[in-house]
Design a protein around this ligand. Structure first.
Ligand code: GDP
Ligand code: MG
Length: 173
C-alpha cells in the first residue's frame, strides 16, 4: 500500500456549509456555529481502492477578499469541492463564477471537481432542485452529489468520489 497525497480545496459562497462539511468529514461531528471568517487546513487519511491517500483539505472563507494563500493553494490543488446550499438560489448561481475562477487559476479547461448541494435536510426550504444541480454538473462535466452535514448524509461519499476522480486524473498523466 503506497501513501500518496491529494490537495483538496472546499469553495462556495458564505454560509453554504463548507466548514460544516469539512469538519463533519474530518472530525465526524456537526458544528452548528463555526466562525465564518476562519480559513483552515485539515488532514485526513482515506483508503481509496486499497491505496492510502493523505487528503490535505483547505476550508476557504471570505471569497470576496484577495487571498494569496488561497490562490497558491488553488494552483497546487488536485481537486475541488464546490458547495452551494439547496436553500439558496444565489449560492447556486455563484458556483459558475467560482468554477471560472478555479479554471482561470489552474489554467485548465477541466479539473477534478464535485458540485455539492448541501443542506438536503432542509427540504421545506429548498430553492434548488436535485435536477437543476445535476444539470449544472452535466454542463460543467463534473461530479454531483447532494449532502447534509447536519444529518451526515453523503459527506464521506463526497470526498471518496472526488479522491477517486483525482486518482483517475493522476493516472492519465
Ligand atoms: P460556511 O460559511 O460555508 O463555512 O458555512 P458553515 O459551515 O459555517 O455553515 C453555515 C450555517 O449553515 C451554520 O449555521 C450551519 O449550522 C448551517 N449548516 C451547515 N450545513 C448544514 C446542513 O447540512 N444542514 C443544515 N440544516 N444546516 C447546515
Ligand atoms: Mg466556513
Amino acid at each position: 500500500m503506497s501513501l500518496s497525497q491529494a490537495k483538496i480545496v472546499v469553495m462556495g459562497s458564505g454560509g453554504v456549509g463548507k466548514s460544516a462539511i469539512t469538519v463533519r468529514f474530518v472530525k465526524g461531528k456537526f458544528v452548528a456555529k463555526y466562525d465564518p471568517t476562519i480559513q483552515d487546513f485539515y488532514k485526513k487519511q482515506v483508503d481509496c481502492g486499497g491505496e492510502a491517500i493523505l487528503l490535505d483539505i483547505l476550508d476557504t472563507a471570505g471569497q470576496e477578499e484577495y487571498s494569496s494563500l488561497r490562490d497558491q493553494y488553488m494552483r497546487d490543488a488536485n481537486g475541488f469541492v464546490l458547495v452551494y446550499s439547496v436553500t439558496s438560489q444565489a449560492s447556486f448561481d455563484d458556483c459558475r463564477t467560482l468554477r471560472e475562477q478555479i479554471l482561470r487559476v489552474k489554467e485548465k479547461t477541466e479539473v477534478p471537481l464535485i458540485l455539492v448541494g448541501n443542506k438536503s435536510d432542509l427540504d421545506e426550504e429548498r430553492a434548488v432542485s436535485e435536477e437543476e444541480g445535476k444539470a449544472l454538473a452535466e454542463e460543467f462535466g463534473c461530479l454531483f452529489i447532494e449532502t447534509s452535514a447536519k444529518e451526515d448524509i453523503n459527506i464521506e461519499q463526497t470526498f471518496m468520489d472526488l479522491t477517486t476522480k483525482v486518482l483517475e486524473e493522476e493516472a492519465k498523466n
